[in-house]
Design a protein around this ligand. Structure first.
Ligand SMILES: C[S@@+](CC[C@H](N)C(=O)[O-])C[C@H]1O[C@@H](n2cnc3c(N)ncnc32)[C@H](O)[C@@H]1O
Length: 349
């Protein structure tokens, strides 16, 4: 399967849209993107997918727009030119002598603006496809070269009257009136971090970079992303939350190359992995090297069994004692902890 469409909804309603798309009996996979209100669909063919959605629009209450995708490449101007060129060559019989426009929708940070890219690609097409006798017409075009950028990934399509962005206007009107989807906590884990925030609000103030180890499905990340500029969520599992400032590093924490994948001083480390106590604390300490002085670590100790909790805590403390600059600030039992869990708050000195 390949990416066939970006699908948008009102931010906060992504889980609802994903749920209703997943019910459709067509071969597809629906994934989160790091951007609010945008999901991506993988299937076999963008034309089929678009037609299927058009025919079943009455079953889709949360879909606002569907933007069909034909080619995917890295967000790099030379790569984009190459892929635009491939699409034009593929469709040259249909577009000969016609007028066109280039449009770019960009999400993320880049060293060019959308307008600059539109001009570069427009000029590239005129210069390189003189034989097709194409003309630019910004308003009344016959075909549109559509470029969707999601940070480092770019999706390119050529639209015409039949193959174009599909909008469900009734949903736009209806969702405007709906209050923001009021999420319940994603899971019990989320209640742990919410409880901590009430007891120790200062730990969560002025956060630039947070590293959350063992993030899936994303209860902690969801809460932390509202407090921090950027949250690195490390987990080989999927996240059920998305936001512009969440970077999902989809691997085990032991395989993360800090310098390559994060390379920032950390303001808060959180670890809620379901690993054995010693393994888990060693992972926390791997990242503690990059924690700023006077900043905190929130670490859930998950004892092997209820009756080993004391023994497990002692083992963890003996590992911590080897690190002079990491001090135990508090050990608490949160209401949301299971009977095997303790929450350890550490502070770097
Ligand atoms: C209890 S869940 C975490 C729940 C999460 N805090 C939340 O709020 O949704 C434990 C997670 O730890 C992850 N995990 C286990 N071993 C890991 C490792 N070595 N590196 C990163 N994540 C790991 C698992 O994949 C699992 O998703």
């Amino acid at each position: 399967m390949k990416p066939v469409a970006l699908i948008t909804t009102k931010p906060g309603f992504e889980p609802k849209l994903k749920e209703e798309l997943e019910k459709l009996p067509i071969k597809k996979k629906i994934s989160w993107t790091p951007f609010r209100g945008i999901l991506i669909a993988y299937s076999n063919n963008p034309y089929e997918f678009l037609n299927y959605i058009k025919e079943n629009k009455d079953n889709l209450k949360f879909l606002l727009r569907l933007i069909p995708l034909e080619l995917k490449c890295q967000t790099d101007i030379e790569e984009i030119k190459k892929n635009v060129s491939l699409l034009i060559n593929e469709k040259k019989e249909y577009i000969k002598g016609k007028s066109f426009v280039v449009r770019c929708n960009r999400r993320g940070q880049h060293n060019f603006t959308s307008e600059e890219l539109e001009k570069i690609i427009g000029k590239y097409i005129l210069d390189n496809f003189k034989n097709l006798n194409l003309k630019v017409n910004l308003k009344d075009w016959d075909f549109k070269v559509n470029i969707e950028i999601l940070q480092d990934k770019t999706y390119i399509s050529i639209f015409n009257n039949d193959f174009n962005e599909f909008v469900i206007k009734e949903n736009i009107e209806r969702l405007k009136k709906l209050k923001r989807y009021n999420e319940r906590p994603l899971n019990r884990s989320e209640r742990k971090i919410l409880e901590l925030m009430k007891i120790y609000p200062d730990i969560f103030e002025n956060l630039n970079c947070v590293v959350d180890i063992g993030s899936s499905p994303g209860g902690w990340v969801k809460v932390l992303s509202k407090k921090a500029k950027i949250v690195y969520a490390i987990d080989p599992g999927d996240l059920k939350v998305n936001a512009k400032n969440i970077v999902h590093i989809k691997k085990k924490a032991e395989y993360v190359d800090f310098k390559k994948e994060i390379d920032k001083e950390i303001d808060l480390i959180t670890n809620d992995t379901n690993l054995y106590p010693e393994e888990s604390i060693l992972l926390t300490l791997k990242f503690a090297k990059y924690l700023k002085k006077d900043k905190y670590i929130i670490h859930t100790l998950k004892a092997r069994k209820y009756r080993t909790i004391k023994e497990d805590l002692e083992k963890v403390i003996s590992i911590l004692n080897k690190h002079n600059n990491i001090k135990i600030y508090k050990i608490i039992n949160l209401k949301a902890n299971t009977k095997n869990e303790l929450t350890i708050i550490l502070k770097k000195t």
